[in-house]
Design a protein around this ligand. Structure first.
Ligand code: NDP
Length: 253
C-alpha cells in the first residue's frame, strides 16, 4: 500500500469521525473537566494529560516540514509558524498555567486525543510539505491566505484571552467553578471554544486544503456539543446564570 493511499484513508477517517462524534457527544459528554465521572477507567493528572496528548501535533508537523520538499516557500514557513504558535501554547504553556494536583482525566481520553493529534499533525504537515500542489510565491498575497491568516490570528487571540479569563477566575474565587463575565463570556458560555473554531476556520481557508477543512469540521463536531453540555451544566448549577447568554456563537446559539 502506498503512503498516499494511507494518507487518503486517514483523511476520510477524520471526516467520518467528525460525523460520528457530533451526535455522540451531544448525548454523552466527553468525560473530562466538569463532565469527568466514574466508569471511564484509570485516571491521570489532567495537566500532565494535556501536555502528553497535545504533544504529537507540533512534533509530527515539524517532522513533516523537516522531511518535506517545500522548505523554501514563504507560505511553508508561515504555516509552520501558525501551527507551532498554537501547539507550543497548547502543549507547553496551557498545561502549566492550569496545573493543579487535584484535577484528573481518564487515561482513555488522553490516549484517544494523543492518537488524533498524531494523525492530524501528519495529515496537515504531510499535505502542506509533500503532497499539496505547490503553493506559489503569490499564495501569501492571495485573498484566501490573507483572510485565513486574519481569522486565525483573531481566533487565536480570543482563545488565549478566554482561556486566561477562566484560569484567572479559578484563582480569584478559590472555588471550582464560577460564572465568567469578562471578554466574550458576556455573550457566550464558551468563548474559548468560539476562538478555537474561528482559528481553525482561518487555518482551513489559509491552507485551502482538505486536511485543514477536515480539522475545522472535527473541531466544530467536538466543541459544539461540548458547549451545549457546558451551557446546560451552567444553567443547572447557577440559578442566576445570565438568561440571554448563548452557548458558543454570540447572539445565535
Ligand atoms: P473548558 O472551558 O471546559 O475548561 C478550560 C479550563 O478552565 C479548565 O482548567 C477548567 O477547569 C477551567 N474552567 C472552565 N470553566 C470554568 C469556570 N466557570 N470557573 C472556573 N474555572 C473554569 O475547556 P476544555 O478543557 O474543554 O478545553 C481547553 C482548551 O482546549 C480550550 O481552549 C479549547 O478550545 C481547546 N480544545 C480544543 C479542541 C479541538 O478539537 N480543537 C478539543 C477540546 C479542547 P476544569 O478542567 O476543572 O473543568
Amino acid at each position: 500500500m502506498s503512503e498516499y493511499l494511507i494518507f487518503q484513508i486517514l483523511l476520510i477517517l477524520v471526516f467520518c469521525l467528525a460525523i460520528i462524534i457530533f451526535p455522540t457527544l451531544l448525548v454523552i459528554p466527553a468525560p473530562y473537566g466538569r463532565h469527568n465521572r466514574p466508569g471511564w477507567g484509570s485516571q491521570i493528572n489532567a495537566s500532565l494529560g494535556w501536555a502528553i496528548m497535545e504533544s504529537p501535533a507540533p512534533i509530527v508537523f515539524a517532522f513533516c516540514f523537516a522531511i518535506g520538499n517545500r522548505k523554501t516557500e514563504a507560505s511553508s514557513f508561515l504555516f509552520l509558524v501558525m501551527w507551532l504558535a498554537h501547539y507550543i501554547y497548547r502543549t507547553c504553556v496551557y498545561p502549566y498555567q492550569r496545573r493543579s494536583r487535584r484535577k484528573q482525566m481518564p487515561v482513555i481520553i488522553m490516549l484517544m486525543a494523543f492518537l488524533f493529534n498524531m494523525i492530524n499533525g501528519y495529515l496537515n504537515g504531510r499535505y502542506l510539505y509533500t503532497f499539496a500542489p505547490e503553493y506559489t510565491s503569490y499564495w501569501i498575497r492571495d485573498i484566501r491566505f490573507l483572510g485565513g491568516l486574519g481569522l486565525f490570528i483573531i481566533g487565536f487571540a480570543i482563545n488565549l484571552h478566554s482561556d486566561k479569563v477562566l484560569l484567572q477566575l479559578r484563582q480569584e474565587v478559590k472555588k471550582d467553578y464560577e460564572i465568567p463575565y469578562r471578554g466574550l463570556f458576556k455573550y457566550i458560555s464558551c468563548a474559548n471554544y468560539f476562538g478555537e473554531i474561528i482559528e481553525w476556520l482561518g487555518w482551513a481557508v489559509a491552507t485551502w486544503s482538505w486536511p485543514g477543512f477536515a480539522f475545522f469540521l472535527f473541531t466544530v463536531a467536538n466543541l459544539f456539543p461540548r458547549a451545549h453540555q457546558h451551557q446546560k451544566w451552567y444553567r443547572k448549577e447557577f440559578p442566576d446564570y445570565p438568561k440571554k447568554r448563548k452557548a458558543i456563537i454570540p447572539f445565535v446559539y
